[in-house]
Design a binder for this molecule. Structure first.
Ligand code: GDP
Length: 442
């Protein structure tokens, strides 16, 4: 996950600061020197680091902060605010044209994730209730059209292409006509990339730009390339003019330098981040939430949103009833596990919990395989066994173990854990209803 080591280092620096109580200017200067090193190691652009540290220093060594009761906390608050500011303050949403179709032109180097991201974006825009059209303008890479068709069909968004045409400008123009005739209110144009920025590419993009007059030009850059991504963004912005950046592969970028520098260097906001290869792994970029995550304050808002998207309120309430009546069975257990899985990889979810240090999570190893084993065991039970685990005798357990390919001990352990969980859930739900449970509320 992004920012692992930066996050760790910053949290160490602040732990020291907080433990000090009273702070002197020297303490703050020393701490900021460590912050600076941590940012440079995270591959943040050095000019960005310098101005960032200068700003914090100016605010943090004032009398007000140093003489406050919690100077350490105050410094952290300032760093938090400046980090948010560095990444653009507020979420920068896509804008829509008042005269549909709204055209988004996707640009970027080859391999940055343009085609995948075009598909992901199409899917998200469709979820907003719009009728997007994807347009295949990458005429040089033979597989590009096919690739866009595949992602398009996965998200249920149509793809416009002209198989044997080598004229991206003509394709783009024809696509606009098609969109108008078919009431597509959003058009996402996937353009060709190159390995490096060159004149020819820029000229072609210029031509497409003047032909389709995009509402926004979205530059797709690969976060894993660090400062190269920032340089690419700077060049595209100078030559073509961009409206926003989509930073892909943040899931594989442990340093985070591009995410922290792009906005400050180009003055253009990061609008979305790619956090994986799956189509749902494109998320709007929230500077405040990202800053909180970097400083180990968690990202509870995203966690809640993910939970809301994955859990059905009616089901949750039905489940509560089951807990209370001790009717919660292995089928419910399995369904719960699947719901939680829908929220995304466990490591990603846990990283959003305040105080969870993703670096340390690496040691804990959230084992997705173990979940698969549990699933296999439950699926090897008969309907009756899942409904009423009390009938699980020795021979049934042995059959389940053989059926799921797990050993008997593991089956026993799961049944025991399930029973314990069932009891605890009942106590908890009784307690929240004010009934007398084993636990007493203070
Ligand atoms: P294009 O040449 O710019 O169109 O790039 P593609 O869309 O073909 O993507 C290149 C590779 O990057 C593909 O294997 C994608 O699955 C992968 N990719 C794209 N976005 C992400 C992301 O956010 N995270 C990860 N891990 N991989 C991604």
């Amino acid at each position: 996950m992004a920012f692992e080591s930066l996050s760790d280092k910053l949290q160490d620096v602040f732990k020291k600061l907080k433990s000090k109580g009273k702070l002197t200017e020297k303490d703050v200067t020393a701490a900021l020197r460590e912050v600076k090193l941590a940012l440079l190691e995270a591959d943040v652009n050095f000019k960005v680091v310098k101005s960032f540290i200068d700003k914090i220093k100016e605010r943090a060594v004032g009398q007000e902060v140093l003489e406050s009761l919690t100077p350490g906390q105050q410094v952290i608050k300032i760093v938090h605010e400046e980090l948010i500011d560095l990444m653009g303050s507020t979420q920068s949403k896509l804008t829509f044209s008042s005269m549909p179709p709204t055209v988004y032109m996707m640009v970027g180097l080859q391999g940055a994730g343009k085609t995948t991201t075009s598909g992901k974006l199409g899917g998200q825009i469709k979820k907003m209730g719009k009728k997007p059209l994807l347009v295949a303008c990458d005429v040089y890479r033979p597989a590009a059209i096919k690739q866009l068709q595949v992602v398009g069909s996965q998200v249920g968004v149509p793809v416009f292409s002209i198989e044997d045409s080598k004229q991206p400008v003509e394709i783009a123009k024809a696509a606009l006509e098609y969109a108008k005739a078919n009431h597509n209110d959003v058009v996402i144009v996937d353009t060709a990339g190159r390995l490096h920025i060159d004149e020819k590419l820029m000229n072609e993009l210029e031509e497409i730009k003047s032909a389709v007059k995009p509402q926004e030009i979205l530059l797709v850059v690969d976060a894993m390339t660090g400062q190269d991504a920032v340089n690419v963004a700077e060049s595209f912005n100078e030559k073509l003019g961009i409206d926003g950046v989509i930073l892909t592969k943040l899931d594989g970028d442990t340093r985070g330098g591009a995410a922290l520098s792009v906005r400050s260097v180009t003055q253009k906001p990061i609008k979305y981040v790619g956090l994986g290869e799956k189509l749902e792994d494109l998320q709007p970029f929230y500077p405040d939430r990202m800053a909180s995550r970097i400083l180990g304050m968690g990202d509870v808002l995203t966690l809640i949103e993910k939970a809301q998207q994955s859990f059905d309120a009616k089901k949750v309430s039905a489940l509560e009833q089951k807990f209370r009546k001790m009717e919660f069975d292995f089928d419910d257990f399995l369904e719960q596990m699947q719901q939680v899985k829908k929220m995304g990889p466990l490591n990603q979810i846990l990283g959003m919990i305040p105080g969870m240090n993703t670096q340390k999570l690496g040691d804990i190893e959230v084992d997705e395989k173990e979940i698969a084993h549990i699933e296999a065991i439950i699926k090897s039970m008969t309907k009756e066994e899942r409904k009423d685990p009390s009938i699980l005798n020795g021979s049934r357990k042995r059959r389940i173990a053989a059926g799921s390919g797990r050993d008997l001990q593991e089956v026993n352990r799961l049944i025991k854990q399930f029973e314990q969980m069932r009891k605890m859930m009942k106590q908890l739900s009784d307690m929240t209803k004010g009934k007398k449970g084993k636990f007493k509320l203070p």
